[in-house]
Design a protein around this ligand. Structure first.
Ligand SMILES: Nc1ncnc2c1ncn2[C@@H]1O[C@H](COP(=O)(O)OP(=O)(O)OP(=O)(O)O)[C@@H](O)[C@H]1O
Length: 233
């Protein structure tokens, strides 16, 4: 469970989050939408302690993030925008192994986690391939595998479909649905609601640093008129 209460974040004089209250339950599939600059990225960066609140609290599984950063970062796996710039190794397997290796896990467990994570994103047996030879969709799935290898309770993806063509977008979304079906909570941050609402349990929309819609997708979509969000087709 991620529990955000009265969260305020300022960059200098500018208020990026203006008292956000939001909960993400275990096993939920939540779409977090809103126009550019509405505060989505700032909000999710608080979930594993990459930013400090100016006011309010963020708890992950009942513990304040600032009291136990390691627990928050283990429980909340993040796949940031443009993961293509964030790879730490040349090959798929080495990159996915990086997180578990840094936890100091024994080799056998690292190998098992890497194999499971690659299975989960449909890249079974492709650990030796070079990342720079993969397609955009495959690279996104490597980034997701890297987060999954940490065995998170919540997987948070910031604009995972940016720059992907329709088939790649479909394959990434299909993998997210499979992970959700297997019990991982999935939060997709996006300004583009095409396709992604069908599997979602909830749609949260931000505007100017506040949550303005927070409801089941069917009901939420009816309230999008006038909000700067691309509606589903
Ligand atoms: N490092 C920073 N320094 C100063 N201002 C920032 C910084 N990061 C974000 N902001 C500002 O905070 C506000 C919220 O930005 P944020 O990136 O959280 O929104 P977003 O909804 O994720 O937008 P996008 O879709 O463009 O990533 C914006 O006004 C943005 O310009």
């Amino acid at each position: 469970m991620i529990d955000v209460s009265g969260l305020v974040h300022r960059y200098g004089e500018a208020t990026a989050l203006d008292g956000v209250d939001l909960g993400i339950d275990d096993g939920e599939f939540v779409v977090l939408a809103g126009a550019n600059g509405s505060g989505k990225t700032t909000l999710v960066r608080h979930w594993n302690g990459l930013l400090d609140p100016d006011a309010g609290t963020v708890r992950v599984n009942g513990t304040r993030v600032d009291e136990d950063l390691v627990a928050a970062r283990t429980a909340v796996g993040m796949v940031f925008q443009e993961p293509r710039d964030g790879f730490v190794a040349a090959t798929v397997g080495r990159d996915v192994a990086f997180g578990p290796e840094n936890l100091g896990l024994p080799r056998r467990e690292v190998d098992e986690r890497v194999a499971d994570a690659l299975d989960a994103v449909n890249l079974t047996g492709r650990g030796d391939e070079r990342i720079d030879a993969l397609s955009g969709g495959e690279r996104e799935r490597v980034a997701i595998a890297g987060a999954l290898a940490m065995r998170p309770d919540h997987l948070v993806l910031d604009e995972p479909f940016t720059g992907l063509d329709a088939p790649a977008r479909g394959s990434v979304l299909e993998r997210l649905c499979a992970l959700h079906d297997a019990g991982t909570s999935v939060v997709v941050v996006t300004h583009d609601l095409r396709d992604v609402l069908a599997p979602a349990d909830r749609l949260v929309v931000m505007s100017d640093g506040s949550v303005v819609v927070n409801d089941a997708p069917g009901a939420a979509v009816k309230r999008l008129a006038g909000l700067p969000v691309e509606r589903p087709c």
